[in-house]
Design a protein around this ligand. Structure first.
Ligand SMILES: O=P(O)(O)OC[C@H]1O[C@H](OP(=O)(O)OP(=O)(O)O)[C@H](O)[C@@H]1O
Ligand SMILES: Nc1ncnc2[nH]cnc12
Length: 177
């Protein structure tokens, strides 16, 4: 809990049993987007965090699909560009691709080759880290096109799944279950 409004955010995140598959306890961030005060508190918290990093952020890379919600909003606030990592076949132009396993299922993701300049400082963003498979794959794509990952940023971390252990840059998530 914290005094900067994150308690309000936390209170709005339900645990939904057996979604999308039996045995998965799903954490849904969308109720936070229905509450302007909670969304502002979350955005302000993450913005302050990003502005306090030791390195300036050049690019926020958001992961399909829920990384697209906060990504452009935070990028505008910190003066960074926003770049999407999308599921296979959705991005035009030259792309690089990788495949990965996540808490439920397997996917392939892509990034546009010209989206990041070599050496730019990148934060990889998503709503939630479970096994870390999605974020690891996004990080691989960023590195394939020359980006320098300074942090993996999430709203929610499912600690028991130890996703941060598969990532090779600092991880920050203000809400941990
Ligand atoms: O740490 P992991 O085990 O990889 O799981 C986390 C990922 O799973 C969810 O997305 P999902 O793949 O369900 O796609 P969606 O955002 O399109 O719903 C979530 O938004 C993360 O991207
Ligand atoms: N338990 C979970 N809740 C919400 N999104 C997820 N993505 C992977 N695991 C998840």
């Amino acid at each position: 809990m914290s005094s900067d409004g994150l308690d309000r955010v936390r209170a709005l995140i339900p645990a939904i049993p057996d979604f999308p598959q039996p045995g998965i306890v799903f954490r849904d961030l969308f109720p936070v987007f229905r509450d302007p005060k909670a969304l502002e508190a979350l955005s302000a918290h993450l913005t302050t965090h990003l502005l306090n990093l030791p390195t300036d952020v050049d690019v926020i890379v958001g992961i399909d699909a829920r990384g697209f919600l906060l990504g452009p909003l935070l990028a505008a606030r910190v003066g960074a560009s926003f770049v999407p990592v999308r599921k296979r076949g959705k991005l035009p132009g030259d792309v690089v691709r990788t495949s990965y396993a996540k808490e439920y299922g397997v996917d392939e993701v892509e990034i546009q080759k010209d989206a990041i300049k070599a050496g730019q400082n990148v934060v990889v963003l998503d709503d939630l880290i479970a096994t870390g498979g999605s974020a690891k794959a996004a990080g691989e794509l960023v590195r394939m096109i020359g980006g320098n990952i300074i942090e993996y940023l999430f709203v929610i971390e499912l600690e028991a799944l130890a996703g941060r252990d598969v990532l090779d840059a600092p991880v920050y998530a203000p809400i941990v279950y």
